[in-house]
Design a protein around this ligand. Structure first.
Ligand SMILES: C[S@@+](CC[C@H](N)C(=O)[O-])C[C@H]1O[C@@H](n2cnc3c(N)ncnc32)[C@H](O)[C@@H]1O
Length: 371
């Protein structure tokens, strides 16, 4: 086949795919002239295959909505045994490459060339994956317009800096929500994205139930179950009171962050059932284990950096802090959001006391942080 770009063969998961052989930088991808493939997103596709393999009901029709090389959908067919796949991309060059990759992997599926939102206005699937350059917002109204009574969505956002608080005005324009720049910014960003989806669903007579939500590399990712039915979603605003402590406030309050999804970000039973496969990267297996440990702990983590800055001293090792909390009967685990972040059900004052207690001897300047 004559192609206007050089090609290379890549093995990712169970798939062997051809991708354009062009230089790539780390971080979020930008639209370019050739079909897009980002190796750093393998962790995203790994987790998708793991989650779809344990989806609560068999998926009989699925759309790889922004397919590029077809890597996502081909892996879902081979690793999660998803059937009834369709691939869509508005680039005919991408569609040609998807067809070739389907043949190479012996996956039989139609490839549609066109705009995703337009396609979703006339076709419905039991699962739709949306993995855009930047924000998913242009596709979400169409994604929640499905006429199915129940379906699933996988949504990636690579406008992480917008959702996590670096560009608050852009976040208000895109998601109609106020973010907050702080170590918990990515968790707040996920709650903004979930809240935005919940509001779109309600407008269309549906409700959402998050299955798994996480941040990795340069992206945020959510998996949702959507059902027809009217039920008020758990939405609200918060303000930051102390490091890692966010308290509910009215939307009119000064510095209110939100609206945020205030309910669980995961379905703990499904998350507990997930197992890394022999195709998963070691980093994916580690991410999954951390997600499983924190999935049913309360909202908002705290980092030892923040607590140490408040106490004007050196932080204890994270494991020592966790042991201290557990020895008092509290649940506590690392969070995947931050290398020195922990999530616990300990009340804030107890958390602080255990932290101060476990700080290295002589590392404090003698002052006591406000409690
Ligand atoms: C980030 S890439 C998708 C990567 C792919 N999901 C993967 O796992 O490798 C985004 C793709 O969306 C396509 N695209 C952008 N806007 C679109 C639209 N409005 N409708 C359909 N496809 C679109 C681009 O051509 C590009 O191939």
């Amino acid at each position: 086949m004559n192609r206007p770009f050089p090609i290379r063969d890549v093995t990712e998961g169970a798939a062997r795919i051809l991708v354009p052989d062009v230089p790539r930088h780390r971080g979020p991808g930008k639209a370019g002239p050739w079909p897009f493939y980002n190796p750093t997103m393998a962790v995203n596709r790994d987790i998708s295959a793991i989650v779809l393999a344990r989806w609560p009901r068999p998926i009989r029709s699925a759309l790889d909505g922004l397919a590029a090389t077809g890597a996502w959908g081909i892996r879902m067919a081979l690793e999660a045994h998803v059937t009834g796949l369709t691939f869509n991309d508005r680039s005919s060059m991408a569609a040609d490459l998807v067809r070739e990759n389907l043949r190479r992997n012996r996956v039989d599926a139609p490839v549609v060339v066109g705009d995703l939102a337009t396609h979703l206005s006339s076709a419905s699937y039991e699962f739709v994956d949306i993995d855009p350059f930047g924000p998913p917002s242009p596709f979400l109204a169409a994604a929640f317009g499905s006429d199915k009574s129940a379906y699933g969505l996988g949504i990636t956002a690579t406008d992480t800096a917008v959702l996590s608080g670096t560009y608050p005005d852009a976040c208000e324009r895109r998601y109609d929500a106020r973010p907050f720049r702080c170590p918990q910014g990515p968790e707040i960003g996920l709650r903004i994205l979930l809240g935005y989806c919940a509001r779109l669903a309600v407008e269309r007579g549906s409700t959402i139930r998050p299955v798994l939500s996480f941040a990795a590399e340069h992206f945020l990712r959510i998996f949702l179950r959507v059902r027809k039915g009217r039920k008020s979603p758990p939405l609200g605003h918060v303000v930051r009171r102390r490091p890692g402590e966010f308290v509910p406030v009215a939307s009119s309050a000064a510095d209110a962050i939100g609206p945020l999804w205030t309910g669980p970000m995961h379905d703990p039973a499904i998350v507990r059932s997930l197992v890394a496969s022999s195709w998963s990267l070691p980093s994916t297996a580690r991410l999954l284990a951390t997600l499983q440990a924190e999935a049913d702990l309360p909202a908002y983590f705290v980092s030892t950096d923040e607590l140490a800055a408040e106490a004007r001293g050196s932080p204890p090792r994270v494991e020592r802090f966790l042991d201290g909390l557990r020895s008092e009967g509290y649940r506590a685990a690392r969070t995947h959001f931050h290398p020195r972040g922990i999530r616990t059900d300990a009340p804030y004052d107890d958390l602080l006391r255990v932290f101060l207690d476990r700080m290295p001897t002589g590392s404090r300047d003698g002052s006591t942080p406000a409690s």
